[in-house]
Design a protein around this ligand. Structure first.
Ligand code: NAD
Length: 442
């Protein structure tokens, strides 16, 4: 099938590459010239496991290419995917100015029947707005028919290619039988492998996306509160989590205690949901608590550091992990960034390492941080090591090397990568979340 994907960010690029991979003829479109040039040369501007291989393969096999032209992309696809960003406004609402601008371009260039699929995470009711914007922009004389379908995306950065190719479910929000049939055909390779495809009205589909992310964020804030309580009363969150998650009604996912949730989705989607509830006079009381627990949790390591050292002034802090989660270079709303800013305010000197996110972190944090490419060199003479992303290489850390390089024997692990006793034999204090710090054998 001929498909166009508008926006080639984390969602759009994965959508374009994966739809080409399953045999479609895909044209990706973006307004960012550098991105389009780089993609046409087979170089991904973002880091996502397995993505570059699929990109290169499908460019070569001529099932995928990229353009800067809205007109070309509208004409190319029978199905047009909207995957542009919907960042948070100051009010907490989702800003859909990019969706609106794109809808107008689609309207201006419409030449035949199209299924316009909204994959961006948009406010409730946006499918109708998109329809109106396209109609408004259509040449008066033309009035070419089209349908707008809500099709929220649930991929997770870090495992986005796998999530897209093996989705848990596909949701279509539409009342058009024609659009439903076309998308059922497009998604048939996934359905044939057993993936459920649900058709519903567009409002329910849009709510499903926000409700899913809000629920996952709730699980994280819930376990973080339990972890803080464990720490206080002598418990161990690992045991509690294990005990809870063996209950099939609860499950094991999103129950890892840590330094709070971040990324480009959970914070903004929870915020947007709170905003929607307030606007409709049905406030989401749970979500306001989820948000405030998370804000507090993002400061948990700062508190632990302040408790350990009387002043953070001139303290040298080494950081492992800047990305908001492993296997991505995305640092948007990453707990590490907020913590680094707080530590800088306290006068600490920051030396940071991340396997792939140094470049993006530098764009956000500038020269105030020393960026170090070697995982152990970053520790040289540091007063403490903070682990903020659960990259596998950190999980295989050599504690002898950590001890040798650090100036003071303190590791603060915001991701609980090791058992609480790990530092003991190396003469290190290993502080973690929701567990007791054991005294080292000095
Ligand atoms: P992103 O910021 O990485 O990418 C957006 C892209 O859209 C950019 O490349 C930008 O240049 C391009 N763009 C902007 N205006 C355009 C236009 N008029 N025409 C063509 N391209 C245009 O965003 P993202 O992280 O991929 O997220 C996209 C949407 O998907 C958001 O609504 C987000 O909430 C949702 N979502 C994101 C994730 C995720 O993990 N990142 C997961 C599920 C859903």
């Amino acid at each position: 099938m001929k498909v166009s994907v508008f926006g080639t960010g984390y969602v759009g690029l994965v959508t374009a590459a994966c739809l080409a991979e399953i045999g479609n003829d895909v044209l990706g479109m973006d307004i960012d010239q550098k991105k389009v040039e780089s993609l046409n040369q087979g170089v991904t501007p973002i880091y996502e496991k397995g993505l570059e291989e699929i990109l290169v393969k499908n460019l070569k096999e001529k099932r995928l290419k990229f353009t800067l032209s809205h007109a070309e992309a509208v004409q190319h696809g029978e199905v047009l995917f909207i995957t542009v960003g919907t960042p948070q406004k100051e009010s907490g609402a989702a800003d859909i100015k990019y969706v609106e601008a794109l809808a107008l371009k689609i309207g201006q260039n419409l030449d035949s029947y199209k299924v316009v699929v909204n994959k961006s995470t948009v406010p409730i009711g946006a499918s109708v707005w998109v329809k109106n914007w396209i109609e408004k922009a259509e040449k008066k004389s033309a009035s070419i028919p089209f349908d707008v379908v809500s099709n929220p995306e649930f991929l997770q950065e870090g495992t986005a290619v796998k999530n897209f190719l093996e989705p848990d479910r596909i949701i279509l929000g539409t009342d058009s039988k024609k659009a439903e049939q076309i998308l059922k055909e497009l998604y048939s390779p996934f359905v044939q492998k057993g993936c459920p495809l649900l058709v519903m009205d567009s409002v329910s589909s849009e709510i499903t996306k926000y409700a899913s992310n809000s629920f996952l964020a709730t699980k994280i804030s819930f376990i973080n509160e339990i972890a803080n309580y464990c720490e206080r009363v002598g418990g161990n969150i690992d045991f509690v989590k294990k005990g809870m998650s063996l209950d099939k009604r609860i499950g094991e996912h999103f129950l890892n205690a840590g330094v709070g949730y971040g990324g480009s989705c959970f914070p903004k989607d929870v915020e947007a949901m709170i905003h929607f509830g307030q606007s409709e006079n049905t406030p989401f009381q749970i979500l306001t608590a989820v948000r405030s627990v998370n804000a507090k949790q993002k400061k948990i390591l700062l508190q632990k550091l302040k408790h350990q050292f009387s002043s953070l002034q001139s303290l040298k802090i080494a950081i492992w992990g800047l990305a908001f989660k492993p296997f991505t270079d995305d640092v948007r709303e990453a707990p590490a960034l907020e913590l680094i800013q707080s530590l800088k305010k306290e006068g600490a000197k920051i030396f940071a390492h991340d396997p792939v996110a140094l470049k993006n972190a530098k764009i956000m944090l500038g020269e105030a941080v020393h960026y170090v490419e070697d995982q152990y060199a970053v520790l040289k003479n540091a007063d403490a090591l903070l682990i903020l992303t659960e990259w596998p290489e950190y999980g295989q850390a050599d504690f002898k090397k950590i001890k040798k390089n650090l100036n003071q024997p303190h590791v603060f692990d915001g991701r609980n990568l090791f058992p609480p006793s790990v530092g003991k034999d190396f003469g290190l204090y290993y502080h973690s979340i929701g567990r007791q710090t054991e005294k080292p054998n000095l």
